[in-house]
Design a protein around this ligand. Structure first.
Ligand SMILES: Cc1ncc(COP(=O)(O)O)c(C=O)c1O
Length: 385
């Protein structure tokens, strides 16, 4: 058996998405900027996808700008606002210590160009305190960027409350919603944000396709300059097949979200509870109530996450770790470290992220294999469970 429990890394493409992308690749080669029939047909496909994405997040189609994925959407939000607001003298940015690299490394790049940046701490359960944001804000803060759901632990942040606080001090608010869109209801108006990033391949769409939602009237400078595509907000001939795929994935997500999220949450909860019951020396990382329905992150005492990942892969089970192995040494997860977990737990935790294809039989398989795999690894390292 092969079981895939790594849906936060990427998801399989839905058959309906493949079908539509194939049709568009074959039949709609037109340039969406062309005035003739072929161009207008491609433009119609972009418009349909824009409406589907807007409907998924409660926005207006005119506020949706297609990008090459979540990384570009985050870059566009942060660099675009920074450039637009630079002349006003606002040169301070705030994010959290647990953001994705797409945000953290963009902050580092701007810091090298003279911007002041603040990374907010999180508590033991991975949640940012509104009071910490209040303290960090100054009159010079241009933008606050807080992820909606964390990719490693799935924890959800109190975005609506944080956005209100940022607005109270005149700062704009961006949320990286790459790990929440398509999994739980996301409504840009209810969240009260100015910018929101999403990525198609996290909800059964293609890789290399995403969007930045920009609230009407928000000042953002284009970071890709060239032609007048996307209403002058993102230059470059549109990747119509990929955008069409994003559109179908968004429609599918809107339709099946309620039933699928309940099904996946039940599978995740069973998997988590059985692991905790059957494997000694285990603990869940992150807040178990405020999180997306598909994710769990579990520490295994006396084990290196990387070894567990490889041993499970040999059994046909795909999981992941937040820690990265570079030049033979295990780099602890920056998310678990920011939560203040002891060093060993930042290196012994694996992420299991479920999705569409997962079944009860796969969970049974994992729960049957895991205790033996862990025992074996603990014997090697001399730790008993
Ligand atoms: C929270 C978060 N933000 C941004 C990204 C980047 O998205 P993409 O892979 O579409 O560039 C990811 C993908 O891993 C993510 O999990």
């Amino acid at each position: 058996m092969r079981a895939y429990f790594d849906h936060n890394a990427t998801t399989p493409i839905a058959p309906a998405v493949v079908e539509e992308m194939t049709r568009v690749l074959k039949d709609e080669f037109g340039n969406a900027s062309s005035i003739h029939f072929f161009g207008q047909r491609a433009k119609g496909t972009l418009d349909d996808a824009r409406s589907a994405v807007a409907a998924l997040i409660g926005g207006d189609p005119s506020e949706v700008v297609f990008t090459s994925g979540g990384t570009e959407a985050d870059n566009f939000a942060i660099r675009g606002v920074a450039e637009a607001l630079e002349p006003t003298g606002k040169r301070h940015l705030i994010a959290t210590a647990i953001e994705h690299e797409a945000v953290l490394n963009t902050f580092k790049a701007l810091a090298r160009r003279g911007w002041t940046t603040t990374l907010l701490p999180v508590d033991q359960s991975g949640i940012v305190s509104p009071a910490a944001l209040e303290q960090a804000l100054t009159d010079k803060t241009a933008l606050v960027s807080v992820m909606h759901a964390n990719n490693e632990i799935g924890t959800l942040q109190p975005i609506a409350e944080l956005a209100k606080i940022a607005h109270g001090r005149g700062a704009l608010f961006h949320t990286d919603a790459v790990q929440s869109v398509g999994k739980i209801p996301v409504d840009v108006r209810a969240l009260g944000v100015d910018l929101l990033a999403l990525s198609a391949h996290k909800f059964n769409g293609p890789k290399g396709a995403g969007a930045l939602w920009i609230k009407r009237g928000t000042r953002v400078t284009a970071i890709l300059t060239g032609g007048k595509h996307e209403r002058n907000r993102r230059a470059g001939t549109e990747n119509v097949p990929a955008v069409a795929g994003l559109g179908v994935a968004a429609s599918l997500a809107s339709k099946k979200m309620a039933s699928e999220s309940a099904r996946v949450a039940a599978l995740r909860d069973r998997l988590e509870n059985e692991i905790l019951a059957k494997v000694a020396g285990t603990a869940v990382n992150g807040d178990r109530r405020h999180r997306v329905p598909n994710t769990t992150n579990i520490s295994f005492d006396g084990i290196e996450a990387e070894s567990l990942l490889i041993a499970l892969d040999l059994e046909g089970i795909a999981v992941s770790t937040g820690s990265a192995c570079s030049s033979g040494t295990l780099e602890p997860s920056h998310v678990l470290r920011a939560m203040g977990l002891p060093t060993h737990r930042t290196q012994n935790s694996i992420r299991l992220s479920l999705g569409d294809g997962n079944t009860d039989a796969e969970v049974d398989y994992l729960v049957a294999k895991l205790p033996k795999v862990v025992d074996k690894l603990r014997t090697v390292t001399g730790v008993r469970g």
